[in-house]
Design a protein around this ligand. Structure first.
Ligand SMILES: NC(=O)c1ccc[n+]([C@@H]2O[C@H](COP(=O)([O-])OP(=O)(O)OC[C@H]3O[C@@H](n4cnc5c(N)ncnc54)[C@H](OP(=O)(O)O)[C@@H]3O)[C@@H](O)[C@H]2O)c1
Length: 335
């Protein structure tokens, strides 16, 4: 089968697609997936170079998030809710290949209304945004919410969700193009470009001098957001896309009764019940059409995966960047 196999740790541009990779053999509690689409994450770039916390033994196949079908030759462990052919999405090591093995507890049914491309980028992104706003920030309808990297994978999901939850949403991003995306696909009410100096003044103007109640931040702009956070504001630490980890001065947290809360969705296996609550809410939003996963305009074939990773690396993308591995059967049947 084909697979983007890392034989030696290297930058992704130095890795070529292999055509002779053996099919994975699922272990106990795993199922075999025919991968239709894989979603790209910044950590894929790091993992190929051995710079990510998860370091699989060499050689390994890159890629974590996927959507596809349970393979016809998959083992079906006891209690498995799926049968061969079922549409699924989830996460596991080795998504950038024709087939991958995934743990049953990391696989969910793909809602009928979503394509494989949309489904590939759901597993990590959407629950992060939902839990960040609802579980951690305790966002209420009518509140001011500012989302940074508002056109990014996590950010644009958060913009859509904050709108659905009744927030007055300020999308903040690093360029006018990205702000337009956050408005078009996220429905943001106001747009602020944080590449401009003193951008926080713009936020204060929009909020009539009160500041925002919630900041959802995947970038590492928590400290600079304090300037436009309201009394009793909540700031959610989601990520550090800008590359450095902030050290926050606690006097600023004290001054305005601010709460700074962290979010690590990948660690929620300790809170299994909450995982179910979050997915139930998200599935409802997808089926009612109130939320729609956003896929970057250029969908890459597996052969051009490295171009997709480069676009992500150079901050050129929006929504989820996706690679197509197998064509949707319904669409393929019509061709
Ligand atoms: N806490 C969790 O459980 C959790 C879960 C998922 C993801 N995350 C984290 O959330 C962050 C965003 O993930 P994502 O999937 O939304 O990523 P993404 O789609 O690549 O978006 C990241 C955005 O960050 C902004 N950015 C600002 N400075 C940047 C820089 N120096 N280099 C690259 N991007 C920069 C860019 O938007 P502008 O150009 O508009 O500034 C970029 O589009 C990542 O750090 C990820 O690890 C955390």
């Amino acid at each position: 089968m084909r697979g983007f196999q890392v034989k030696e740790l290297a930058h992704h541009s130095k890795i070529e697609l292999a055509y002779d990779v053996p099919e994975p053999e699922p272990k106990d509690g795993e199922i075999l997936i025919d991968v239709y689409s894989g979603a790209l994450n910044f950590f894929d770039i790091l993992q190929a170079q051995g710079k990510y916390q998860i370091k699989p033994l060499l050689p390994f196949i890159l890629g974590t998030e996927f959507a596809g079908r349970v393979a016809q030759n998959s083992p079906i462990p006891l209690g498995c809710p799926f049968k061969p052919g079922d549409r699924v999405f989830g996460a596991g090591q080795g998504a950038f290949a024709d087939k991958m093995a995934a743990k049953l507890d990391s696989v969910l049914p793909l809602p009928d209304e979503l394509t494989y491309e949309q489904g590939a980028g759901l597993y990590v992104t959407w629950p992060t945004s939902y839990e960040g706003l609802v579980g951690r920030a305790q966002m209420k309808p009518g509140e001011w919410v500012m989302i940074t990297a508002a056109a990014g994978g996590v950010g644009i999901a958060a913009v859509q969700l904050a709108k659905v939850l009744g927030g007055k949403v300020i999308a903040a991003a690093g360029s006018q193009e990205k702000l337009e995306i956050a408005k078009r696909y996220g429905g943001a009410d106001y747009l602020v470009d944080y590449s401009k100096p003193e951008w926080q003044k713009e936020v204060m103007k929009i909020t009539n001098g009160t500041g925002v109640d919630v900041v959802f931040d995947p970038v590492g702009l928590i400290q600079s957001s304090f300037k436009c956070l309201a009394w009793r504001g909540r700031a959610v630490v989601v990520g550090f896309a800008a590359g450095s980890i902030e050290k926050l001065p606690s006097n600023l947290i004290l001054l305005k009764n601010i709460s700074v809360v962290g979010l690590h969705w990948g660690a929620y296996l300790h809170e299994k019940k909450q995982i179910d609550v979050v997915w139930k809410a998200l599935f409802h939003l997808f089926s009612s059409g109130k939320a729609t996963p956003v896929v970057y305009s250029e969908i890459y074939p597996l052969e051009r995966l490295s171009h997709g990773l480069a676009a992500l690396e150079h901050r050129k993308t929006y929504g989820k960047v996706v690679v197509t591995i197998k064509k949707d059967d319904k669409i393929a049947a019509k061709l």
